[in-house]
Write a protein that binds this ligand. Structure first.
Ligand code: DOR
Length: 453
């Protein structure tokens, strides 16, 4: 990505990592944060792009540690180009893509392939997550050392769990040596087989096969115990149940190396929404109960949930318009994530600074190295990402928390139009996304000029 310079003027700069919340200017020079302070005081030595951000929030570039770019193999659903354009429009300066592609990202050559694509057509920073098991078959481990050297930032078989506790323990041991987290999709599939929504009153009323909360909780508990004995870093993907939040909370109190993420949809929607049998609400893990949503929000506030991740899962219309039972699981969420999350702020359920923290320094912290690794990575996760500290990567998200807009998936950059907020009026929108000092997305509502001094 080309290193560039930009001055962002007059916005409310929120950098939770450094406890900054002030009105001022932010200067990025040659791709890195060079200065921030009171408006009008920035050192202006050369001509540069100037973004007028008065009335806007200026935050570190959002980091999404869980999305599906579908490339290679499912280019009809998404590509690196369309998925990263969607990320830029949603305010995400960094995305980490899951390896359930075709073929799966389970060899160093596949990691190189995604990196080459990201370098040539990516609009934002792309990091790759490598498979835990070969072909995601849950039988043998991948060449985790080779994948780490090629540049993966974590390992996961996402879309599927790792049913074998022995394989998971070995993955954790290897992850520990490499100082890389293992991300698990916690689902006991013997309990969820054939299920299409949360198991409870609503599934009973609709006569649909349910997926019980215990299917998630039991694997979260297992993973925590394996992380406890190995000392490795386990990251729980898309936490959806109250019990899982509590398991993570207790494990953190015990100093287990566990981190967790929640998605915008699990933080805002309940199983009741499935009643209309609209497949846009069909997602795995399923939308749960009001109590689960409340506990997820509480976990987010407390920091038990470290990160918000979109689990952006684009599908074709055909994958979704078949009947509810056979429709694919997933939500195309990069372009609505911020606005959906801001509903929690507008309703007084979450404060804005915490929200920004869980989209920036929180997720970056999940992937940043904690010690030393036994291999040298070709694409290490940069220090300082998710913060606006001097010298940090010059990634910024400028958003208007009050801008109202109507969701029309047919205007998405993502190829996936499968979004449950279609037709909704939402409040809050990214108006500019900056990566390495370069403006990779800008809404018409924000003014940019080139100033010569
Ligand atoms: O709903 C989901 N869709 N959950 C997952 O874990 C995988 C994802 C996908 O790849 O479509």
């Amino acid at each position: 990505m080309r290193k560039d310079s930009v001055l962002i003027c007059g916005g409310r700069i929120i950098d939770p990592g450094d406890g900054i919340d002030m009105i001022g200017d932010l200067l990025i020079v040659d791709g890195v944060v060079a200065w921030l302070g009171k408006s009008g005081c920035a050192p202006l030595k050369q001509s540069r792009n100037v973004l007028a951000a008065r009335g806007m929030v200026v935050a570190p570039g959002f980091v999404d540690i869980h999305c599906h770019l579908r490339d290679p193999g499912f280019e009809e659903k998404e590509t690196v180009a369309s998925g990263t354009e969607a990320a830029a429009r949603g305010g995400f300066a960094t995305v980490c893509c899951m390896p359930n592609t075709q073929p799966p990202i389970d060899t160093p050559a596949m990691v190189e392939f995604v990196k080459a694509k990201a370098d040539s057509e990516g609009r934002v920073r792309v990091f790759t997550i490598g498979c835990i098991s070969r072909g995601q078959q849950c039988e043998e481990l991948t060449d985790m050392n080779g994948l780490a050297a090629a540049g993966v930032v974590a390992f996961s078989d996402d879309g599927k769990p790792v049913p074998s506790s022995l394989l998971m323990q070995r993955a954790l041991e290897c992850g520990r040596r490499l100082d890389l987290p293992i991300i698990d999709h916690c689902e006991d599939t013997s309990l969820t087989a054939g299920g299409v929504m949360n198991d409870g009153f609503v599934s009973a009323r609709l006569r649909l096969k349910g997926m019980p909360a215990a299917a998630e909780d039991s694997l979260v508990a297992r993973d925590i115990e394996l992380a406890r004995i190995t000392g490795a870093r386990i990251h729980i993907a898309h936490v959806s149940t109250a019990r899982s939040v509590d398991l993570v909370r207790r494990a953190k109190q015990d100093n287990v190396n566990v981190t967790a993420e929640a998605t915008p949809h699990h933080l805002t929607l309940t199983e009741e929404r499935v009643a209309g049998c609209d497949a846009n609400f069909k997602v795995n893990p399923p939308l749960r109960t009001r109590k689960d949503v409340e506990e997820l929000i509480r976990g987010l506030e407390e920091g038990v949930i470290d990160a918000i991740a979109t689990d952006h899962a684009p599908h074709t219309a055909q994958d979704k318009t078949s009947d509810f039972k056979s429709a694919a699981f997933g939500i195309s969420g990069l372009e609505t994530a911020l606005a959906v999350l801001l509903t929690l702020v507008h309703e007084g359920k979450l404060d804005l600074v915490t929200l920004v923290a869980r989209l920036t320094v929180g997720p970056a912290g999940v992937l940043q190295s904690k010690g030393s690794s036994t291999v040298v990575s070709k694409q290490p996760f940069p220090g300082g990402l998710g913060m606006l500290r001097i010298g940090a990567p010059g990634d910024v998200t400028v958003f208007d928390p009050d801008l109202e807009w109507k969701v029309d998936p047919y205007l998405f950059a993502s190829k996936g139009k499968n979004n449950p907020w279609s037709g909704y009026l939402l409040k809050g929108k990214a108006v500019a996304t900056v990566v390495d000092g370069g403006v990779v997305y800008k809404d018409n509502s924000v003014r940019m000029e080139v100033r010569r001094n």
